[in-house]
Ligand binder design. Sequence first.
Ligand code: BGC
Ligand code: ZN
Length: 367
Amino acid sequence: MKAVAVTPGKPNSVHLAELPKPRVDDIPGGRGVLVRVLKIGVDATDREINEAKYGAAPPGYDFLVLGHESFGVVEAVGKNVRNLKPGDYVTATVRRPGGSIYDQIGTSDMTSEEVYYERGINLLHGFLTEYYVDDAEFIVRMPDGLKHLHVLAEPMSCATKAVQQAFEVQRRLRVWRPQVAYVMGAGQIGLLTTLVLRLRGLEVYTLARGEGPSLKSEIVEAMGAHYISTKQTPLQAMPAKVGKADLIIDATGSSAIAFGCMQLLGHNGVLVWTSVTGGLQHTEVPSDKVNLDWVLGNKLLLGSVNANREHFEMGIKDMALGEVMFPGVIQRILTTPIQGLDSYQKMMQTLVEDNEALKVYVEVAEG
Ligand code: BGC
Ligand code: ZN
C-alpha cells in the first residue's frame, strides 16, 4: 500500500513509499485494531519534518511515514477488543509509551524520558497511508455525529490538554476563578483553544497579526471571543485596554512572542506555552523586570505538549459541546482539502505557501 514519507535529515524529501498492508494480528494479545484511513490532517510539524528540522525514522528504516492527525474507520478488531467494532469512526493518539512511570500509567504525554515515540513524527511511522494497525489502547472512538470534524480530534486534544493542565496546576490557589484569557495566535491550536476557553466561560481575547474581518476573526467572534489584530493593538497595549490576563496560552510558533507575553499576565496567573519551535532564534527580554514581576505576582509558566487518551476523550466532548453552543463554527477551520495520497507534493506546497489555510488535510479515501 501507498504511504507519504520523508527521509529525515534530508530537506524536501517528501515522497511516496510502499509498505505492506498491516494485519490485525500484527498486534499481540488479540488487541489489534485495523483502521482504514479516511482523512489525515497535516500541520507545521509535518512541514518542519520535511524541512529536516525535526523527526526521526523508525529503527531499520531510512524513511518516516508522515501523518499524526488521523481519522478513519475500523475494518477489523482482534479477539480481545470489546469497545470497538468494524464500521466505527476513530482517531488515534500520537505518542506511544517509553519506559518511565508516566508511560506505564497511560500518560506518555508526560514521559520523563528524553526520547519520545510519536507516530508520524519521531521513531514511529504515521498514518498518512491507506491502513494502519494499533493496540486498542491508542484508538479513540469518534461519534458518528462528529464525523464532519474528523482530523480536528488530534489538535483539539492538544488544546484541551493545555487548558486542563492550567486548571490542574492552579489548584495551588485553592480557588481559581479566571476571567480574562489571552490566546496568542489564531492558527488551528489558537482557534481550538479559544473554543475550549469559551466553553469554560472565560472572556477570551485571541490575538493574531492580520487585520479583520477575515475567516480567523469571524471564527473567533462566532465563538463569542474578541479578535485582536496586533497591527492595531500591540501586545504590550493589551493590559491597559482590557486588563491583565489570568491565563495566557501561546500558540504562535514564535518564541519571541512566547517570552513577550510574560509581561501581560496578572497576579497568580499562568502562562502556557504550546509551540514546538524548531528554529534557533534568540530574543532579548527585560529579565530583571520580568523576574521581579513574576516573583511578586506568584506567576507560573507551564509547557504543554501532546495529549493522552483522556485528553482525546475530553476534546471530543468539547467538540460536541462546541457544536451545541456555536453550531457550524468549528468546521470552518477545515479550510483546505487535498485529494488523495498521490497529491503529496501539493499537500506540502500548500502547507508552506498558503497562509490563508487554517487546516490542510488529505482526503485519503471515501467513507
Ligand atoms: C503534535 C503533537 C506532538 C508535537 C511534538 C505536534 O504537532 O500534534 O502530538 O506531541 O507535535 O512532536
Ligand atoms: Zn500536530
